[in-house]
Design a protein around this ligand. Structure first.
Ligand code: 2DT
Length: 212
């Protein structure tokens, strides 16, 4: 008999500056895929609920100080501690919409002056996304949206620098989304791209690993 291959879920990553709309769009994409009957979960990094995540959260809220390399490795460890669960979910057919991933890790740390290759190294071997959508918005425009929450990295000058590093990380497979448009228009662009990706993973596109 033909051993039937179980359809796997898609690993979909949303990247972008603070206030680019990632979190709102994650929620919308989650209910969209749900409404079509695809099993899907919404994840985010950092995952502040784990022990490592609590250290990260304390750093981000300026309750603790850490060396730049140390916090970089904690962000990476926070992805590694979720790696096997991530793989299990995908293999069981669940798609994951992930708000930030290794690209945030590299962009934010290298924006502080760390070597970009050094930043990428601990990410090697994590699951590679099937799709990266970059919510593109000029830093000034994102800042105008207000609601920078006062966390460590939420400052215009720093965000401008992060944008430069995101640009260096961009590769031709990324989908660049114009995040200056109204929420509904952004959502419309993203839905189409996401559905394509979920369908191609279901058809058996193999999982791969970072760094690509
Ligand atoms: P949120 O505001 O999205 O919770 O992000 N960051 C994030 C890093 O510096 N490295 C990483 O690996 C990740 C995932 C981006 C909190 C802040 O943490 C930054 C913003």
């Amino acid at each position: 008999s033909n051993g039937e291959i179980k359809a796997r879920g898609a690993l979909i990553v949303l990247e972008g500056l603070d206030r680019s709309g990632k979190t709102s769009q994650s929620a919308r994409l989650l209910s969209y895929l749900n409404s079509l009957g695809y099993p899907v979960e919404s994840w985010r990094f950092p995952d502040r609920d784990t022990a490592v995540g609590k250290m990260i959260s304390s750093y981000l809220t300026n309750q603790s100080q850490l060396d730049d390399h140390t916090i970089h490795l904690l962000f990476s460890a926070n992805r590694w501690e979720k790696r096997s669960l991530m793989e299990a979910k995908l293999k069981s057919g669940i798609s994951l919409i992930v708000d930030r991933y290794s690209y945030s890790g590299v962009a934010f740390s290298s924006a502080k002056g760390l070597d970009i290759e050094w930043c990428k190294a601990p990410e090697v071997g994590l699951l590679a996304p099937d799709l990266v959508m970059y919510l593109n918005i000029p830093p000034e425009k994102a800042a105008e949206r207000g609601g920078y929450g006062g966390e460590r990295y939420e400052q215009l000058e720093f965000q401008k620098n992060v944008a430069k590093y995101y640009e260096m990380l961009t590769d031709p497979s990324w989908k660049i989304i114009n995040a200056c448009l109204p929420l509904e228009d952004v959502e419309k662009q993203m839905k189409e791209i996401v559905l394509d990706c979920v369908v191609s993973c279901k058809k058996g596109k193999p999982l791969s690993h970072l760094w690509l």
